[in-house]
Design a protein around this ligand. Structure first.
Ligand code: GLN
Length: 538
């Protein structure tokens, strides 16, 4: 099979949560920084067609791409590291693979044949892997296989990798296996046996790992690397340690120090050079040398989970570096807030972000928090549900519409200030049916939004069913809540502001998805700056 595109497969062994996504993104960064057009794809072995129907307790945040795909949160890391948009083609699940094979079967594309895991499912996986390579847009495609080798549900993926590696031929594909080298405190030793077993498990499926990336809490001594090389049929220089880092943004440099990029490029018969990480390292220097610290409250209902608001937390890191401040994010459970607790919970904060979300749980706490920050001039950013709650709060407490609500929470409210979108009214299925992906938004001149973006036309990503009800626009504006961003086709209100407040912005879209190391999101940069200003003046 002739191909110009080179393929790298990243598999995981021993345990989950070793950071395959970060390793894939870091390697991609090093390759990109040497001039190779690189993209990363995630294959997820679960049966949901996409993660849009999962709650954040399952797999963390659902990340949304420009083309409206609801995807795994690793795609967020890919975009944040590479500053190149991903798309639906970058995330494929078992559910999607089976769905398309079954649709083909129903259309009669396999007439007369028995449809089987091998070859039909594996062929579909191989096609999905090669879609990105065949687009002509990339020199290197890195495919991360979700799950752990040995899992029943991962088997068709490992088989597809085996076949593809064979089809593509030498120097066109390689396998990086990420494992754990645990430290046994009682023995005072790092242990290689789990890695040996994991490499063997992979070999039972006919796949030889070319490179081992070993996650470890301690430096891997040379004799241990030699041992792993000997037992696992991997060259010594291809044993790479991935030691715990204080920030994920250190990992590209750690991989560079270990020579991961060189080993990869040599195996793929590609030239290596010194990667240009100037912008990246500038960011790291600013990130690690903040001149001050601010504390921002993140109000949501999944606060006990690190991954639920991943993109928001990362956007704060980018915006913090840009402002040379450390952003301390204090997670506050919206259910803990009521008129009695709100001052105690929020008065020390330099700014408050009310998070996106679905359903009724915790919304009264969010509304109470917004009332408090509005009345106390604390900078506020409301994202999606957070913006909707800001409109409800203003309607209740300023317009005096005590029962104002979103029809999501109260379908019978007399004052549906947040309403179901027109095109959503006939929708009954839940999967992939929200307003999704990038939409143009026009900004009113001489507004905070226009000055933050330094533009009057922006493109931002959405994921919601409900909207600002324009029937209340005249009233809300007369009372001081301005609508400053609109969808030019439908006139939907996308941004609200309170000009008499020092910094109060609600956005119907998700700015956090577009913040990257190379391009910190302007709204987060301005919000962090407002928090800093608030801290200095209070
Ligand atoms: N539940 C709200 C809606 O569907 C907000 C969604 C969100 O915050 N992403 O409109």
């Amino acid at each position: 099979m002739a191909t110009d595109t080179k393929y790298i497969f990243v598999t995981g062994g021993v345990t989950s949560s070793l950071g395959k996504g970060i390793i894939a993104a870091s390697l991609a960064k090093l390759l990109q920084a040497q001039g190779y057009r690189t993209t990363i794809q995630k294959l997820d072995p679960y049966i949901n067609v996409d993660p849009g129907t999962l709650n954040p307790y399952e797999h963390g945040e659902c990340y949304v791409t420009d083309d409206g795909a609801e995807t795994d949160l690793d795609l967020g890391h890919y975009e944040r590291f590479l500053n190149v948009p991903t798309s639906q083609a970058n995330n494929v699940t078992t559910g999607r693979i089976y769905q398309s094979v079954i649709q083909k079967e129903r259309r009669g594309e396999f007439l007369g044949k028995t449809v089987q895991v091998i070859p039909h499912i594996t062929d579909e996986i191989k096609n999905r892997i090669q879609i990105l390579g065949n687009s002509g847009d990339y020199d290197i495609v890195i495919t991360e296989i979700g799950g752990t080798v040995g899992d029943i549900e991962s088997l068709p993926y490992v088989e597809a990798v085996r076949q593809l590696k064979w089809d593509l031929g030498e120097h066109n594909a390689l396998v990086i296996h990420l494992t754990l080298v645990p430290f046994l405190a009682a023995a005072g030793e790092l242990k290689t046996k789990p890695t040996q077993h994991s490499v063997k498990t992979l070999m039972e499926s006919g796949v030889q790992a070319d490179i081992l990336v070993c996650r470890t809490e301690h430096e891997l001594p040379q004799e241990l690397r030699d041992k792993l090389a000997r037992f696992c049929n991997v060259r010594k220089e291809a044993i790479i340690q991935s030691i715990d880092a204080s920030t994920i943004y250190d990992v590209p440099n750690l991989m560079l120090d270990q020579g991961l990029d060189k080993v990869v490029l040599k195996s793929l018969d590609l030239k290596s050079s010194v990667p240009n990480l100037e912008r990246w390292n500038q960011f790291l220097t600013r990130h690690k040398n903040p001149k001050s610290t601010i504390t921002i409250g993140l109000i949501g209902k999944y606060v006990e989970l690190q991954d639920s608001y991943k993109s928001i937390l990362e956007a704060f890191i980018h915006a913090g570096a840009e402002n040379e401040v450390k952003v301390n994010v204090e997670s506050i459970h919206s259910e803990s807030l009521d008129p009695k607790t709100v001052a105690k919970s929020l008065s020390h904060l330099d700014a408050v972000l009310v998070a996106p979300g679905f359903g009724e749980r915790g919304i009264e706490g969010k509304i109470e928090a917004i009332r408090y920050v509005r009345e106390h001039n604390i900078p506020f950013l409301g994202i999606c549900l957070g913006m909707q709650m800001a409109v409800i709060e203003y309607s209740r407490n300023i317009l005096g519409l005590a029962d104002a609500n979103s029809v999501e929470m109260d379908p019978d409210t007399k004052n549906p200030v947040i309403n179901l979108m027109e095109e959503q009214k006939a929708v009954t299925e839940k999967g992939g049916t929200m307003r999704l992906g990038a939409w143009v938004c026009k900004l009113e001149q001489n507004t905070l939004a226009a000055s933050i973006y330094n533009s009057t036309s922006i493109l931002e990503r959405h994921r919601h069913r409900f909207e600002y009800n324009s029937d209340y626009k005249t009233q809300l504006e007369a009372a001081g809540m301005q609508s400053t961003g609109f969808n030019p086709e439908t006139n939907l209100v996308e941004i609200v502001e309170i000009p008499t407040h020092p910094w109060f912005v609600g956005v119907q879209y998700h700015p956090e998805y577009k913040s990257t190391v190379a391009n910190p999101h302007p709204l987060f940069v301005a919000f962090v700056a407002a928090a800093l200003k608030h801290k200095q003046t209070k």
